[in-house]
Design a protein around this ligand. Structure first.
Ligand SMILES: [Zn+2]
Ligand SMILES: [Zn+2]
Length: 317
């Protein structure tokens, strides 16, 4: 395992993972009903144009997109004050009108960075700024112990529960807040823990996820199977197939999927894999919202048969 000495090196390693995945067919997702997590130029870390995603979606038979640009509430975070609600909404609604005649539905979503200490601000803002669909995610801030310059000293001498505890505790706060349709990339922290703690280490301790999953089930907040981990250091979805299955076993009934693309070439990358994890866990629909009440989006028949073909009766890769 290569040790990422800095963020530049991590970016290079992840570029290699992405290319290897493209060679393995992860970039070929098609004929799917929904990609519910996408970033455009209205996110500070993204450079994709909405129309570029839309053209690819029409070409590949992906029927519906949620544009979920970042909104941050901590002034030190990059998406704080980055794009106005009015600009984001206008661009998405106008694109939706342009692309509807091509059979593509585009929804106005948001990915809010959740922090417990900012929950009141987030609650007030979401009430005043309604979206079709809202993801709540815990990200790694400049003061986080998981950031590249402090993670090694943070993990040293700590147990695995103590290492992931602060991250999962914030995720529990996001779920219990009831503010979000969905929790984004449930265990995104595993990207920042490589190489000190590996995805395999977390896979050996599924009980660490159970309080988080219980909070989501109690509050009715959906679980997202986020494909971006397949092109990042963990090389698996956030969360893994095993955790998606555990959520279902514990009584979880609301799952969704997203590629979390930030660049045009990442559009729908790994999305088929995310669908397969959800379907193999027993989900027959995706949980989504188009404004108003939650809706159920049926899983694609084609992906179900390819899941059977790819994985047979064995374990999810
Ligand atoms: Zn995110
Ligand atoms: Zn995102």
């Amino acid at each position: 395992m290569t040790v990422p000495a800095d963020t530049r090196e991590r970016a290079e390693i992840e570029r290699e993972h992405w290319r290897a995945g493209v060679d393995a067919g992860l970039g070929d997702a098609r004929d799917l009903p929904l990609d519910a997590h996408l970033h455009t130029i209205h996110s500070p870390d993204a450079d994709a144009l909405l129309d570029a995603y839309a053209a690819l979606a029409v070409e590949r038979g992906i029927a519906e997109l949620a544009i979920t640009d970042h909104v941050d509430f901590d002034p030190s975070m990059p998406a704080y004050g980055y794009a106005s609600f009015a600009d984001r909404e206008r661009d998405v609604r106008e694109a939706a009108e342009r692309w509807a005649p091509h059979g593509l539905a585009i929804r106005f979503g948001v990915e809010v960075t959740y922090e417990r200490r900012l929950e009141d601000d987030i609650r007030g803002w979401l009430r005043r700024h309604p979206h079709d669909y809202a993801i709540g995610s815990v990200h790694i801030s400049a003061t986080s112990p998981y950031k590249a310059s402090s993670v090694a000293s943070f993990v040293a001498g700590r147990s695995l529960p103590d290492i992931v505890g602060p991250y999962f505790d914030e995720v529990i706060g996001a779920a219990r807040s009831g503010l979000f349709d969905t929790i984004g990339h449930l265990d995104f922290v595993k990207r920042y823990l490589v190489p000190h703690v590996l995805p395999l280490d977390l896979a050996a301790a599924p009980e660490l996820y159970e309080p988080v999953l219980a909070a989501m089930i109690e509050s009715g907040t959906a679980l997202e199977v986020n494909a971006s981990g397949l092109r990042q250091l963990p090389r698996e979805t956030y969360p893994s197939a095993a955790i998606v299955a555990r959520y279902r076993e514990l009584g979880g009934r609301h799952v969704t999927v997203g590629s979390d693309a930030h660049r045009t070439e990442w559009f729908a990358y790994g999305l088929g894999e995310a669908y397969r994890h959800a379907m193999r866990a027993g989900f027959e629909t995706l949980a989504f919202r188009r404004g108003g009440d939650r809706v159920a989006v049926p899983m694609p028949a084609a992906a179900a048969s390819s899941a059977a073909a790819v994985f047979g009766g064995g374990e999810c890769a």
